[in-house]
Design a protein around this ligand. Structure first.
Ligand SMILES: [Zn+2]
Ligand SMILES: [Zn+2]
Length: 257
C-alpha cells in the first residue's frame, strides 16, 4: 500500500495545505479518499492522472471533503475525448451521504454523465465489509455529521484506517485498536477544542487507549500550524507509549509497510 497526501488542510485558505484528498494505492488499484477543492490540480504534481483512480471513498459531505467530486467527473471528459478511453468510477459512502450526493448530481448530470464517462454510487451500511481484488474495506460510523463513515483497508495482515473528520468516540477507539496506520485529523490546538474534531489532547487519549502503530496527522487548520509545538509534544509522548506520529504535508508519500 502507498499513501499520497494531496491535501492536508481544511476549508480555510492556506499557502501550504489544500483541502482533504488522499490517494491510497493497493496492489495497483488506486483509491481516492475524499475529494476536496484543489485536489485535481494536485494530481499534476504526482505520477497519477484522474483515470488511474478506480474507487472514491467519501467520509462525509462537508464541502472541504466532497466539493471537487463532480468536477472530477467533468474534468475526466477531457481524458475521454483526448485518449478515447472509457472509465467507470465507483463512489462509496454511507446511505445518507449517497442520497445527498445523488440529489446534487442531478443538477450537473447533463455535463458530466455519458456512456463512456460513468460513475456508480454505492451506498454502504454501517459495519459493512466490501471485497475488492486482493483487499477489503470495512466501514464504521463516527462522531462528526450524520452519515460520517470511517474506512478500514485490509491487505493481508496490514491494516490502514482513514477516520475522516471525527470527535473522540467509542467507535473510533474500537476501530483504531492496534491498526498499522491511522490517518486522522488534528484540526485545532487543544485550547480551541471542538467536540466533533480532534486536537492533540484527544489524540493522545486515543493513542493510549487504542495503541495504533503509526498515526498520520492531517486536516490542520492554520491555528494548529501556529501551535506546532503542541504536535511535537504529542509526538514525543506517543513515542513513549510505542506509537509513531507522522505530521503530514501536501504531496508527502507514505509507504504502508
Ligand atoms: Zn473537514
Ligand atoms: Zn467535516
Amino acid at each position: 500500500m502507498r499513501l499520497t497526501i494531496l491535501g492536508s488542510g481544511t476549508s480555510v485558505a492556506s499557502k501550504i495545505r489544500k483541502s482533504p484528498g488522499y490517494l491510497l494505492e493497493i496492489n495497483g488499484t488506486l483509491n481516492l479518499l475524499d475529494c476536496g477543492p484543489g485536489i485535481i490540480h494536485q494530481l499534476a504534481h504526482t505520477q497519477y492522472i484522474i483515470q488511474d483512480i478506480s474507487n472514491i471513498f467519501i467520509s462525509h459531505v462537508h464541502l472541504d471533503h466532497v466539493n471537487e467530486l463532480f468536477m472530477l467527473f467533468f474534468s475526466n471528459r477531457y481524458h475521454v475525448l483526448k485518449n478515447k478511453t472509457k472509465k467507470t468510477f465507483k463512489v462509496f459512502s454511507s446511505e445518507y451521504n449517497i442520497k445527498f450526493l445523488l440529489n446534487v448530481e442531478k443538477f450537473y448530470r447533463k455535463w458530466i454523465y455519458d456512456p463512456v464517462n460513468k460513475y456508480i454510487f454505492v451506498p454502504l451500511e454501517n459495519m459493512y465489509t466490501v471485497d475488492f481484488e486482493g483487499f477489503k474495506v470495512v466501514t464504521l460510523s463516527t462522531y462528526h455529521t450524520e452519515g460520517s463513515l470511517m474506512f478500514k483497508f485490509i491487505l493481508g495482515n496490514k491494516v490502514f484506517l482513514y477516520a475522516g473528520d471525527t470527535g473522540l468516540c467509542q467507535n473510533l477507539i474500537d476501530f483504531s485498536q492496534n491498526v498499522d496506520y491511522l490517518l486522522i485529523e488534528c484540526s485545532l490546538p487543544s485550547e480551541h477544542k471542538i467536540d466533533t474534531h480532534m486536537d492533540p489532547g484527544k489524540l493522545f487519549q486515543l493513542i493510549e487507549r487504542s495503541s495504533p502503530k503509526n498515526v498520520i496527522l492531517t486536516h490542520f487548520y492554520p491555528e494548529m500550524d501556529e501551535h506546532i509545538e503542541e504536535i511535537e509534544q504529542l509526538r514525543l509522548k506517543a513515542r513513549n507509549v510505542g506509537t509513531n506520529v507522522i505530521i503530514s504535508k501536501d504531496l508527502m508519500k507514505v509507504d504502508i509497510l
